[in-house]
Design a protein around this ligand. Sequence first.
Ligand SMILES: O=C(CO)COP(=O)(O)O
Length: 244
Amino acid sequence: MTILLALNWKMNKTPTEARSWAQELGEKYAQVEGVELAVMAPALDLSALSANLPAGVAFGGQDVSEHESGAYTGEVSAAMLKDAGAGYVVVGHSERREYHAETDAQVAAKARQAQKNGLIPIVCVGEKLEVREKSEHVPFTLAQLAGSLEGVGTDVVIAYEPVWAIGTGKTATADDAEELAAAIRNALKQQYGEKAAGIRVLYGGSVKPDNIAEICGKPNVNGALVGGASLKVPDVLGMQDALK
Ligand SMILES: O=C(CO)COP(=O)(O)O
């Protein structure tokens, strides 16, 4: 299974900045065998990415409507993302769960809608600090996963992102990441049977060039969902190099 390095820009970069970033990547990029890059960008940046990213680098959205089309002002549909060339879309990021009160049921509906339109959803799960402090992080995360995968098919990526490690500089240890990745893999086996072995489970939370190799070296971790370190091309190339 190839490692997926999914770069979540969050609410950063205008279309002009996205174009410069993609062109800079194009000048310096060489594909690393076994590593796939995907840029998860604001919807307005996708056409700049489509026109300027080097061949072989995928891109996608950071959220998608659970509805097909119609009177949902401000929303972006899966068909729009697909038509713009997206291959992936992040659903259920903790920032959307927290600031937009997204529920597991909505996350699952978004993931189903993405799949229906030929996009691969990257379904995010993970606990807050108070849950970890009570040592309830495994059952909490697995319950969130079950709700977020209701009716969702196997063409999916899971991202375990402990909320306390996002943007804080506090990284879970590689063993923490593996503990949850293994538990998630087990849950996927129960839901999907043998096909679970082919589903990528990513870790996210303060991943950088100097810690990515150890984290992605764990048997059940198949890549990373990266925030801060995705904004500068040299950091992205540094992460890719670390995976060689
Ligand atoms: O939320 C994240 C990626 O989706 C992680 O963000 P950071 O890498 O900035 O901690």
